[in-house]
Write a protein that binds this ligand. Structure first.
Ligand code: BG6
Length: 482
């Protein structure tokens, strides 16, 4: 761990993200010795709270949500004593002055101007207000030490994302901005880079010559639950596709970067998104299926006439030399049969058949969650006196290969990267804008015909049947882990 002291500030500390993800992640980093010996956590929120009660709510949050369960008493005591709570309105300057006083007091006590990390765990409508407060009172004025972590959604369309980037970049440098997409911090997602670029055996096959199509499926069992207020204005395309699914697509489809370095990797990813073929309005109705689960309109804070999609499946193409003509099928939805995030690389059929049995073409299955595994499907001879074939699997599972368990959570990896100043797994301004640009034709087309083509589906099913037809003739269905 670094010896440089760190002030970690969480705006919106009264919210769910802090209790469920941020504090459990910081606590695990602390226990495992990844935080600097000198650090202080400043939690800022509008709500008035008594410090001890607030700390207690964080402790129960760790018990409930941390991969390691309840914190040990001595570790927790030491950790919790470094947590401060500042209640204040983001619209009031006094909030930022109180925070400034807190940070300066800490830095004076340790006799060093340290790293300052400002986490925006707030509703997007406050991003500019908080950024302005930090700027006006010069809380984040060192571009090599002060970092702002901005949660998604980053804008609601291309125009608003551009405006937000402009606003932030007028006050801070790109180097200070960490636009987070927690999918990039997932262990299994990071492993795709290793799989593709540290194993030369797959690289020659990774192109239109050998690959028939790719499926990226992020199925969720959960419904919108209590998040209707946010979700009804967003929908699956904005909530999942513009960020998480396109990022998965980037990692699967990018060229091998020249080095494992933030700028080089981010250049390679941005290039993939820019190469996505823009859809014309008529293509949207053919290549995109949207659905809404039955009962969604009765969820809390959801409009009773809502046309927001809770499911989307899309067929997209990447127009470059590697991928020309290879369809990428993306799918995500809520209230589906089960949680399953998988990437399927479906190889082509062999051009020449010498066996009588039908052959299932090779398939690589990268399972991101809940199972953590990679398997390769191939044909094998069934033992016996006849030449009979059957597909079998070659499996790599984390459980069998590694004893590290449970593996670190995405937020642990990402918070540690911010403290180290490593932006590799974060979104650059141009990446976010390119991703918005890629989905804009779909948003625009839907805006014109809000109700047309919105399929209702039964909660607990696999979504609208039309999502299956979309795969034709490449696959008869979305492929899951066998
Ligand atoms: C969030 C979305 O970014 O990702 C949620 O806003 C979604 O709607 C969540 O449920 C999924 O994340 P994970 O890590 O549970 O797959």
């Amino acid at each position: 761990n670094s010896k440089v002291p760190a002030s970690i500030v969480i705006f919106g500390a009264g919210g769910d993200l802090t209790r469920r993800k941020l504090i459990p992640a910081l606590f695990n980093l602390y226990v495992e010795g990844y935080l600097p010996p000198l650090f202080r956590i400043f939690c800022v929120d509008y709500v008035q709270q008594e410090l001890n009660l607030f700390r207690e709510s964080l402790r129960t949050g760790i018990t409930e949500f941390s991969r390691n369960g309840a914190p040990s008493a001595d570790k927790w005591t030491d950790f919790s004593e470094r947590i401060d709570y500042i209640s204040g309105d983001f619209l009031q300057r006094t909030t930022f002055l109180a925070l400034k006083q807190g940070i300066s007091g800490f830095e004076k006590s340790v006799r060093k101007r340290g790293t300052r990390l400002f986490y925006f765990a707030i509703s997007p409508r406050f991003i500019e207000t908080v950024a302005h407060g930090l700027y006006t009172d010069q809380l984040a004025n060192r571009d090599n030490a002060d970092r702002l972590v901005i949660e998604k959604p980053f804008g609601t369309d291309l125009a608003s994302a551009k405006t937000l980037n402009k606003y932030l970049l007028a006050r801070f440098t790109e180097k200070q901005l960490y636009r987070i997409d927690h999918y990039l911090g997932k262990e299994t997602v990071q492993n795709i880079m290793a799989f593709r670029f540290a194993n030369y055996v797959f690289e020659p096959l990774w192109n239109k010559k050998y690959i028939d199509h790719i499926q990226i499926s992020v199925a969720e069992k959960v419904s919108v639950g209590s998040r209707g207020g946010y979700y009804d204005g967003a929908g699956a395309l904005r909530d999942m596709v513009q960020n998480h699914l396109l990022q998965l697509l980037c990692i699967v489809a990018m060229e091998c970067p020249g080095a494992y370095e933030a700028e080089v990797i981010r250049n390679a990813k941005t290039k993939v998104i820019r190469d996505i073929r823009p859809m014309k309005s008529a293509q949207v109705s053919r290549q995109v299926v949207r659905g809404q689960y039955k009962g969604y309109r009765q969820e809390a804070h959801v409009s009773s006439a809502s046309t927001t999609e809770t499911f989307i499946a899309a067929k997209i193409f990447i127009d470059n030399a590697r991928w020309k003509g290879v369809p990428f099928f993306l799918r995500t939805g809520k209230s589906l049969e089960k949680q399953s995030t998988v990437i399927i690389v479906q190889f082509k059929d062999s051009p020449h058949k010498i066996f009588r049995d039908d052959i299932v073409p090779n398939r690589l299955i990268i399972s991101i969650q809940p199972e953590l595994e990679i398997s390769l499907l191939f044909e094998s001879k069934v033992p016996g006196l006849q030449m009979k074939l059957q597909p079998v699997e070659m499996d790599f599972t984390y459980n069998e290969s590694y004893s590290t368990r449970p593996i670190p959570e995405a937020y642990e990896a990402l918070l540690l990267d911010v403290l180290k100043g490593d932006a590799t797994l974060f979104m650059r301004a141009d990446q976010v804008e390119a991703a918005w640009k890629a989905v804009m034709p779909i948003l625009d087309s839907w805006k014109k015909q809000a109700r047309n083509g919105l399929h209702a589906y039964v909660p607990g099913s696999w979504g609208p049947a039309a999502a299956k037809t979309l795969l034709h003739p490449h696959s008869s269905d979305w492929i899951l882990l066998p």
